[in-house]
Design a protein around this ligand. Structure first.
Ligand SMILES: CC(=O)SCCNC(=O)CCNC(=O)[C@H](O)C(C)(C)COP(=O)(O)OP(=O)(O)OC[C@H]1O[C@@H](n2cnc3c(N)ncnc32)[C@H](O)[C@@H]1OP(=O)(O)O
Ligand SMILES: O=C([O-])CC(=O)C(=O)O
Length: 377
């Protein structure tokens, strides 16, 4: 069989059919099941968006109520998961803990090996509810605080903030967080989703796929960029540096600026539009424009110098900071949302599966090379 060499990083390669998410990177369009992200950010909720991703259409009022109820009912962490969260060393990061806890969730699932459509949907409710709980509960435990019981009357976004902070969130905080969850929920064949699909395509279970996806999300070229962005803002602030000059120096040192650039978008990332607006609004409400103004200066400079646009991670950093969220929770929070998309993709993969197994262009020593016995080397 003949082979075709793909470009480095598989840029521009179409690796699967999917009916979940469509992106036009030149026009800056993102849609879930054909519905524009701007419409969803304006009118939808995380629950409704997740229903859309999993079931392919918007729910009616009864279906949405039922869906939200099922998601809320799955807010029950097995005590063994809580034992794990209590037992990790103080140096463990939330992202390490999340990756491990998602894997452990599979051991307490009733039928890990069942990859049927219905079993995958059932597991998706549990994973979506419990990933959010793991992030919130671990943060309470590491800070020596009591664990806050889940409140089934609250939405997914409000319950997360409630379990994290032990206070009922304001309407503004809840809506801001809900929109952030909608914006991060899916993004076609990004690295973590591709990883999930590759794992699922071996007919491994959804927990294995999502554990792998959490690992892929962690990297600073992907979901880890939101934490790296905030660390950059803190570094500039600490030095009292001019943001543009600081970034100019980074360019001179050939460093990448987290939160900029994208493999698919060659224009404004449509999610950044909302996160920029929310960051500005929260800054005004807080009477603290520091992070927003610094971000704007960096954005303008990077655009002028390198023609690069801010991606989803850039303004999520200041948005989460203004919501009072710790920096090392940013990437776990990305997973709190993206699990909806990962689940949709694993369901789609298992529903019409073929092993994903590309080829490598061999560039090593010529074949056949001699095997030299160890005593002669
Ligand atoms: C949720 C997400 O995953 S969104 C992306 C989050 N990641 C980041 O924000 C990290 C910073 N950005 C990047 O590293 C990249 O833009 C990526 C990983 C997002 C996309 O990578 P690729 O499509 O492989 O682009 P690549 O890294 O090859 O960049 C192309 C050119 O633009 C430059 N470039 C791209 N992004 C940046 C950046 N953030 N800062 C400085 N230069 C950049 C590269 O140095 C390269 O320049 P060159 O051609 O002169 O060598
Ligand atoms: O699509 C990508 O490559 C990265 C991204 O923006 C995402 O996963 O949200």
């Amino acid at each position: 069989m003949s082979t075709v060499a793909a470009p480095k990083g598989l840029e521009g390669i179409v690796a699967t059919n999917s009916s979940i998410c469509w992106i036009d990177g030149d026009a800056g369009v993102l849609s879930y099941r054909g519905i524009d992200i701007h419409e969803l950010a304006q009118h939808s909720s995380f629950e409704e968006t997740t229903y859309l991703l999993w079931f392919g259409r918007l729910p009616n009022a009864g279906e949405l109520t039922e869906f939200s109820k099922k998601l809320a009912e799955a807010r029950k962490l097995d005590p063994k998961i809580i034992d794990l969260l209590r037992s990790v060393p103080a140096t463990a990061t939330p992202m390490q803990v999340l990756r491990t806890a998602v894997s452990l969730l599979s051991i307490y699932d009733v039928d890990e090996a069942d990859n049927s459509h219905d079993a995958n949907v059932r597991k998706s409710y549990r994973l979506t509810s419990q990933i959010a709980m793991i992030v919130a509960v671990f943060d309470r435990i590491r800070k020596g605080k009591n664990i806050v019981e889940a409140d089934p009357s609250l939405s997914h976004a409000a319950n997360f903030l409630w379990m994290l902070n032990g206070e009922k969130p304001s309407d503004t905080a809840t809506r801001t967080f809900d929109i952030a969850l909608i914006l991060h929920a899916d993004h076609e064949l990004n690295a973590s989703t591709f990883a999930a699909r590759v794992i699922a395509a071996t007919l491994a279970d959804i927990h294995s796929a999502i554990t792998g996806a959490v690992g892929a999300l962690k990297g600073p070229l992907h979901g880890g960029a939101n934490e790296a962005t905030m660390r950059l803002l803190y570094a500039i602030d600490e030095e009292g540096a001019d943001p543009a000059e600081y970034v100019r120096q980074m360019f001179a040192e050939k460093k990448k600026i987290s939160g900029f650039g994208h493999r698919v978008y060659h224009t404004e990332d449509p999610r950044a539009t909302h996160l920029r607006r929310m960051s500005e609004e929260l800054s005004k409400t807080a009477g603290n424009m520091k992070w927003f103004e610094m971000s704007r200066k960096i954005e303008q400079f990077v655009k002028e110098e390198k023609k690069l646009n801010a991606n989803v991670d850039f303004y999520s950093a200041s948005t989460y900071t203004l919501l009072g969220i710790d920096i090392d929770l940013f990437t776990p929070i990305f997973a709190v949302s993206r699990v909806a998309g990962w689940a949709a993709h694993v369901i789609e993969q298992h529903d019409d599966n073929r092993l994903i197994r590309p080829r490598a262009e061999y560039v090593g020593p010529a074949y056949p090379s001699a095997y030299t016995p160890i005593g002669s080397r």
